[in-house]
Structures are given as C-alpha cells and as structure tokens.
Write a new protein. Structure first.
Length: 538
C-alpha cells in the first residue's frame, strides 16, 4: 500500500475518532432522569468505551504503517501528531472508566438497599439479616516460584502483585516473607543480604525489577529459546510437533507482550523454524507459499492447521483409542524417531526381495554381486567383523545409516554372553571356522537349527511338543511353529504359518491321502525373478 493511500485512510479514521470523542462528551454529560435511567446510560457508555478502544488500536496500526514509508524529514511531525491523538484517547478512556465505575457503585448501593428493605419483618424488633453466600468454593490461588529466568519474571510478578503486593491486610514484613518463599536460585541470592524489615521490602522489589525486569534481557531470553528449539524429524510424531508449535507460539506471544513486532525478527526466525519441522511439512508449506514477503505468523498458522489435520486423521483411523496413547519410543533413541514394527509374517515376507545374491561381507557396496549369500560366506567371524567395521555398517542389522548402539533392531542381536552387541553371523561361538558350507550340508544345517530350536526356546525353557523353525533366508528372521504328523505309518513334518491366507501340502502327500483337486488357482504372491505359480485347491 503506497503512502498517499495510507495517509488518506488515516485522515478518515482520525475524523471518525474526533466524532466519537464528541459523542462520548455528550454521553457523559447527559443527566440521569425519567427519560434516561442508570442502566441504559451504563450500557451506552460501555459501548462507547469499546468503540474508543477499537479506534485507538486502528490509529496506532495506521501510524506505524505510515512511519515505515514516510521520509525521514517528516518523522518528527508524524510522531508529534500520533502522540497528540494517543493522549486524547487516553484522556477520554479514563473519563469513561470513572463514569462507568461511579454508575456501577451507585447501582450496587441501590440494589443492596432494596434487598435490605425486603429483609425487614412485620415489626421493627423482628429484623431478618440479609446475607449472600457463595455456592461455589473457588480454588486457592497458587503462585509459581521464580528462579531468575528473565522470561518468567513478568508472569511471576503479576501474580505476586495481585495476590500479595496489593493486599492491604498484610504488613510489609509479611509480604517480604512471602516474597522470599517464592524465590529460588539467583533471584533468592540477589535479595539474601536484606534483613526482614519494612524498608527493605520496597528495596528488594526495586532490586528485582532492575535485575530481572529488564526488557532487553527478557527479549534475549525469548529469542534464545526460539533458536534452541529441538527439531522434529518424523512427521508422524504428533506429540513432538504439537510441543514444537506450542513452544514457538509461547515465545512469539511473549515477545509481542514486550512490544516487539514480529516483522523485526521474521527474517531471522523464518529459516530456523523451517529447519525444525519435518521435511514433508516444509515441502508442503513452500509448495503452497506464494512469492510474498516473509510472514512468521502465516508459517505458525500453517503448522498449527497441519497438526490439527493430522490429529483428526489419526483419531478417526484409531476409533478404539487415542493415537497418542499407542505411541511408544525406545529409551536409547531420540524422541523424534518413532519405532516401526519389525515383526513380519511369512505372508508379508513373500514380497520381500531376496538378498541372498549379495554378501554383505564380500561385496563392496551395492554395485558388485557375489555368488553366495551372507550366511554362506567363507570368511571367519573376525574377518566378517573387520569387513563390517571397514564399511562403517551396523554390527546388528548391517545398515549404513547408524551404529549398533542406537540400532532399532536389537532383537536381531545374538544372545551369547558377549557384552558386545552383534549379529549372529558375527558371533565367534556360532561361526568358529572359516570353511564354507558344502552343498550337501544345507539340509543338515537346517535340521540342526530346528533341533536347536526344539531344545531351548527364547525363554530358556524346553518345549513339550511345539518346535520352532528359523528362517534365515531374509534379512529379518521369523520363527514359525512346526509339528510332526503320521500319514500311512510315515512321519511328516509340517509348518504352521498364522500369517498366510492359504495352507499348502506337497503333491506326494496329497496323493498318499488320495485328495482330489476341486479347482486350480494362481498364486498371487511369488518370489523375485520367478514365474507365476499355480496350485490345486483340495
């Protein structure tokens, strides 16, 4: 908006302000009589007071906009005119407040007299006292302690001033005692040298105001809190997002209460907040943002709406309970990173790409392929550890993004007595030799794994009939229940897969049981680089 348009708008507003002051004079000077009772006059004055406050704020905003674009030579005249209208507004607001208070006191006095007249009995000696009682017991006012944080001084002193400092029923020594009981840390140390006297109470209040009530220190404290906000990495961590938004909102509003306009620090704070929010929200904001001036309020509003939309979506997708109650984190992990569920059924693992063609110990990166899997690697346990260390991989899940100390898949770690967290393929107890397995040993090795699972389970107990089978084909191990059945005097081992939508048997077993197929279906879930598989339904 150009300068001429702003000045024209301000001139019109000032004319309306002058008319309003004339109307206020007429309203105050109008006497109360038959044509105008006190209740009507009181309501009219309250409406005029609201209009006056609105006009004062509107003029203040226009004056600030004009001062930003006006020439430096005209600044002095602009400030003088602004102060003239500001003083006029303060005078008329004070007159309205005094007149409204006077009318309210008179109305309360008349109401009390009427209640007393209704309480008088038939005779002069029979007088029934009129007493009003509160039906609701209000909670006790509590004052938070102050430990020397300049950003909390204003909240503390306002509460202390209302509850204790302006309480005329308390002596200054009593007020001083209360004051010391609410101070902690550096604030208490600042006035610890004052003895408990009436004169020292005023001196201690003045000292606290000079030290902790400084506007520049409060502004620096709020800005430091904005700069030190903890970044939120996950867009699904709504608790951390809500906490981040509330912290930003609190500090910005505190700066506004100190008469610090957001435009003075928007250029500094804008990129910092964008770094604190998740990348997805950052992209959405920049996508909808137009080539306009930086507005920190617009960014905060966008973050708030984004959080509210996600909260509504999660609450509707979890009707049985709150999403926030189901959220959990690993103790050794930062709060921004949510734990993803890692247990998979074999039904879901069928779609998983098979990593057996690349050995994580022998292949250099993902570009080269080896002719064996990681499980069949001929390297010894120590050589495998050296290869993992050289490639800066995790000793538990073999990924490059983190170390074993903060790994989220510690359930893959070996259960040996070694305090060093490592994968089973790196355990010297499990792989003491470096000889590669032969082709005929694969079945024996699988059989040994099943027997080992049958001897001891994860709780260290010996199961009775149900065995465990270990599938080490994929990156994430899955245990399935097995059973032994007798068919035509022959023992057949079966696997119970609760995650699969179909149950399967071999063709020779179906022929032994004389099961006839009723239909044929195609298997929709199949492994990588294989043809579509079909099976008979029996």
């Amino acid at each position: 908006m150009d300068l001429e348009r702003l000045k024209a708008k301000r001139t019109t507003t000032r004319s309306l302000f002058t008319r309003l002051t004339t109307k206020i004079n007429t309203g105050i000077e109008t006497p109360v009589g038959e044509n105008l009772n006190k209740e009507v006059k009181l309501g009219d004055l309250c409406e005029l007071r609201c209009q006056l406050i609105e006009k004062i704020n509107e003029l203040k905003e226009l004056d600030l906009q004009v001062e930003k674009v006006v020439n430096i030579s005209e600044i002095e005249k602009e400030v003088t005119d602004r102060e003239k209208y500001r003083e006029t507004g303060i005078i008329y607001k004070s007159r309205l407040d005094r007149c409204i208070s006077s009318l309210e006191r008179t109305s309360n006095f008349l109401q009390t007299n009427q209640n007393t007249e209704h309480a008088v009995g038939v005779t002069e000696t029979n007088v029934i006292p009129y007493k009003t009682e509160r039906n609701v017991k209000l909670p006790q006012i509590t004052i938070c302690t102050f430990n020397g944080d300049c950003s909390e001084w204003l909240n503390f002193y306002n509460s202390f001033e209302v509850a204790i400092h302006n309480n005329e029923s308390l002596s200054k020594i009593e007020k001083f005692t209360y004051l010391k009981s609410y101070l902690r840390g550096t604030a208490l140390t600042a006035i610890s040298g004052f003895s408990l006297t009436n004169e020292n109470y005023d001196s201690s209040i003045e000292l606290l105001k000079q030290r902790f009530g400084r506007k520049d220190l409060a502004i620096n404290t709020h800005m430091n809190k904005l700069l030190q906000l903890e970044a939120v990495k996950s867009v699904n961590n709504l608790i951390a997002l809500r906490k981040l938004h509330d912290s930003i909102e609190t500090q910005v509003r505190s700066l506004q209460s100190l008469n610090v306009n957001t435009e003075t620090y928007s250029n500094l704070l804008f990129p910092i907040i964008l770094q604190k929010i998740p990348l997805e929200i950052n992209l959405q904001y920049n996508r909808q943002r137009k080539d306009e001036a930086i507005d920190i309020k617009d960014l905060i509003t966008f973050i708030r709406k984004e959080i509210e939309c996600r909260e509504n979506a999660f609450s509707m997708s979890n009707p049985s309970g709150s999403y926030f109650e189901k959220e959990w984190r690993q103790p050794n992990q930062k709060q921004n990173h949510l734990i993803k569920p890692h247990f998979k059924s074999s039904h879901a693992m069928m779609n998983h790409s098979e990593p057996g063609s690349n050995c994580v110990f022998c292949s250099k990166g993902n570009k080269s392929e080896t002719d064996h899997s990681s499980e069949n690697c001929p390297l010894s346990a120590q050589e495998r550890k050296d290869a993992i260390k050289l490639s800066n991989r995790c000793y538990i899940c073999f990924k490059l993004s983190h170390t074993a100390r903060i790994c989220g898949k510690k359930y893959l770690a070996c259960r040996c007595k070694n305090r060093f967290l490592h994968h089973k393929l790196l355990c010297e107890t499990s792989f003491p030799h470096s000889e590669p397995p032969k082709d005929g040993d694969s079945a024996d090795r699988s059989s040994n794994q099943i027997k080992h699972s049958a001897r001891v389970n994860s709780q260290g107990q010996i199961p009775t009939e149900v065995l465990s089978a270990l599938n080490k084909k994929y990156g994430d191990s899955t245990f399935l229940q097995t059973f032994v059945a007798e068919i035509n005097n022959k023992k057949v081992r079966g696997i119970l897969d609760t995650g699969s939508s179909r149950s399967f048997v071999l063709k020779d077993i179906a022929e032994q049981l004389k099961l006839k197929p009723s239909a044929k279906e195609e298997l929709l879930i199949y492994t990588l680089r294989s043809d579509l598989v079909s099976f008979d339904m029996i």
